[in-house]
Design a protein around this ligand. Sequence first.
Ligand code: ITT
Length: 209
Amino acid sequence: MHRLFEEKELVVATHNAGKAKEIAALLGPFISRFYTANDLDFPEPEETEDSFVGNAALKALSAAQYTGKAALADDSGFCVEALDGAPGIYSARWAENEHGERDFNYAMERVRQALVDKGVEAQGAKASFVCVLSLAWPDGHVESFEGRVHGQLCFPPRGDKGFGYDPIFVPDGYEQSFAEIDSQEKQAISHRGKAFEAMIAGCFKALVA
Ligand code: ITT
């Protein structure tokens, strides 16, 4: 039995603008007042756990404790089957170039090169996106929900919508990459969209009914 979300306000505990935009669109119907890292200057904790759920809970709890408000965090990543699930929880870190800046063209090329190094054909290799959403209350209670979408890699990267690894991921049943699909359609099938569906069913049911 999940704890129902009955708070008036929610902090969206992400410093990633692409995620914040998608989360705001998904939360719109359920939350009248939400805050982001731009509104409340909460620190970004170091992601020290070795799982998506561990890091999502850590980020949500840290924001809830810091702000005194309920907080929602997302830990997500891109998993390539032939790379044993890498970059996985290190998806953001794989994008750090030699200047310490995030560069996803560099990250996508790293994925391709890692496959070449293993002697695996990059085009069409199986991959998935995973998202764990954790909802934390200031009293330390946490609820977590996972979503995953399967697909395959495409090179060169295609499309300019979305963010992160979207240009090299073609979801199963589609010909376009995630960066070529409209944001609403991406939400309907994505890892984040699925995790949201589970969270709404588990914690926001009372609001939906
Ligand atoms: P926060 O921790 O502040 O939320 P972050 O970018 O550091 O932001 P993560 O540690 O969860 O977030 O890293 C996940 C990375 O996986 C993220 O930076 C993206 O590059 C990638 N990713 C997650 N969801 C994605 C999506 O829908 N499309 C493309 N890439 C995605």
